[in-house]
Write a protein that binds this ligand. Structure first.
Ligand SMILES: [Zn+2]
Length: 306
């Protein structure tokens, strides 16, 4: 058997999957021990991968490579995670460390970049695999992540920060963002932005909880915050269309998975008001079809194509 191991490393959980031919054969999730530091988390990744192999009685020798998606900025030339604020990582040579722990080749990628590759390889963007026009992703959860592909390749830019679409300014002088700036899409349309707007502690309102509360009577503050998020996501989509004239934009992440269907009409209305009609007409705005699996399937694809 020639299989790939794919890891979705997050600030709260690590998911490792054994993947073959774009199919997930096994899946193991554990809580990330952020307090163990970068070296400790790297050991944890190797353990979780071992568990994913054991589930299918597979051996390390069956694994061609590891694809590891990280919530941070990746320097490919040196295999370094330059910054990953949710993990507290700073210039960690993750590729070398993981290769020495597992004995397999490792491909690192930013998690939203991996998610876009996943949707392109086996999800909502599959119909556009041979289209030369740009494709983009906006993943909405605790933050707002973005990614861009052209001609089947990720666009990472000069220093790896191309496609950080969550930090496009959508409201000049608007609310403060985690990046230190103001008025970023993330500061207006993420789950954290909604928590802040309703005066709720960080991490208290899960996306599933938001979806449930929207069905209840009252909850005016929450409904207002969610419709503000939809409006600004529409402006975000419009800006992506203005910048790239893409063939498609995929909207993913936990928040979109929970409320995307419901918000899409409002997102499209706001997009329509804010970009060229032709740009929107030629662009499919789609919801993710892989949900949580987009990132691991993309990481596997990148590992297989290394
Ligand atoms: Zn920002």
């Amino acid at each position: 058997m020639s299989a790939l191991l794919a890891v979705d490393l997050g600030g709260t959980k690590i998911m490792a999957c054994l993947v073959s031919d774009g199919r997930i054969l096994s899946r193991v999730k554990v809580k990330t021990r952020v307090e163990a530091g970068a070296a400790g988390v790297a050991r944890q990744i190797a353990e979780v991968c071992g568990a994913a192999l054991a589930e299918r009685s597979a051996a390390w020798s069956d694994v061609a490579a590891l694809g590891v998606a990280v919530p941070g900025l990746v320097e490919h030339s040196s295999g370094t995670v330059l910054e990953a604020p949710n993990l507290g990582w700073d210039s960690f040579k993750a590729k070398a460390r993981l290769e020495s722990l597992t004995g397999r080749p490792v491909v690192l990628e930013n998690d939203v970049n991996a998610g876009l590759v996943g949707e392109w390889a086996c999800g909502a963007l599959r119909p556009f695999q041979d289209d030369p026009a740009p494709l983009a992703a906006l993943f909405v959860g605790t933050g707002v992540g973005g990614a861009i592909m052209v001609g089947g390749r990720l666009v990472t830019g000069r220093s790896g920060i191309a496609g950080e679409l969550g930090h496009m300014k959508v409201a000049a002088g608007g609310p403060k963002c985690g990046c230190g700036g103001r008025g970023c899409l993330e500061a207006l349309a993420s789950r954290s932005a909604i928590e802040k707007a309703v005066g709720c502690g960080r991490g208290r309102l899960t996306s599933g909880r938001i979806a449930k509360l929207l069905d209840r009577k009252g909850k005016k503050k929450l409904k207002k915050a969610v419709s503000r998020a939809a409006y600004y996501l529409g402006i975000g989509v419009a800006n992506v269309i203005t910048a790239l004239n893409p063939r498609a934009v995929v909207l993913g992440g936990g928040f979109m998975e929970a409320v995307g269907e419901r918000l899409l009409p409002d997102i499209m209305d706001a997009a329509r008001e804010n970009c060229f009609e032709r740009g929107l007409k030629d662009c499919r705005v789609l919801l993710s079809s892989l949900g949580d699996d987009a990132v691991v399937l993309g990481a596997a694809r990148l590992a297989g194509a290394r």
